[in-house]
Structures are given as structure tokens and as C-alpha cells.
Design a protein around this ligand. Structure first.
Ligand SMILES: [Zn+2]
Length: 119
């Protein structure tokens, strides 16, 4: 699905040339980011988010033009040395961007396993 949107973006905004995507942090989440003179573009999950550099800074879904929503998600972070998620962990809140039309609303909680040592 993202490929169709990506193709549309490349055609309409980048003259058919594949833009360079950089890994970036947007708020609390990892995204791929690209830009031109007018806009920022973010890839997150299967959605491409467009944000104008000039006028309305509200991020929108590139596919359906909906305003991007943010969902506060509490994440438990468990460290790898505690097998099976027992032991210490910490909770942090992340704000997850999502398109209310194209995506399911993210759940309120999630788990990140941070491994220490080797994988
Ligand atoms: Zn959308």
C-alpha cells in the first residue's frame, strides 16, 4: 500500500526521482524524513505525512489529506537482562502520529524490549 502513495509522492513532488530518506526522530517516534523547498515528508508505519514549511504547519496525511492525530502511548521499557519481562522496567509516554482515516488508532500502551548484550 505504501508503494502506491510513495509512487504518487515521487511523481508529484520529486519529478519522478526517488528522494533521499533520512532516519529522523519526529516527536517521540522514528520516521524516515525527506523534504523539498515547500514541504517536509515523513514516512511512518504505512503512511506518508506531509507538512508545509510555509503556511499551515499542521501535518496531513499525503494519501487522504486528513489531519494527523497524535496518540499518547505509554510504553513499558524492559531491559534485555531480565528474561521474559520480569524485573525492572520503566514507563515512558510517547506521542504517536497516525492518520485517523488510513490507520488504526494506536493502542494506549505498548512494550519496547531493549536488549542488552547480543541479539
Ligand atoms: Zn490518511
Amino acid at each position: 500500500m505504501i508503494n502506491n502513495v510513495l509512487e504518487k509522492l515521487i511523481k508529484e513532488k520529486f519529478n519522478g526521482k526517488n528522494p533521499e530518506w533520512k532516519k529522523a526522530k519526529w516527536g517521540d517516534v522514528n520516521v524516515l524524513c525527506s523534504w523539498d523547498d515547500k514541504n517536509w515528508y515523513y514516512q511512518h508505519n504505512n503512511v506518508i505525512i506531509i507538512q508545509s514549511k510555509q503556511e499551515d504547519y499542521t501535518p496531513h496525511c499525503y494519501e487522504c489529506s486528513s489531519k494527523i492525530d497524535f496518540k499518547a502511548q505509554r510504553k513499558s521499557i524492559w531491559f534485555g537482562e531480565f528474561d521474559g519481562c520480569v524485573g525492572g522496567g520503566e514507563v515512558k509516554t510517547e506521542h504517536i502520529p497516525y492518520c485517523p482515516k488510513c490507520e488504526k488508532e494506536p493502542s494506549e500502551s505498548g512494550v519496547i524490549i531493549e536488549k542488552s548484550g547480543y541479539y
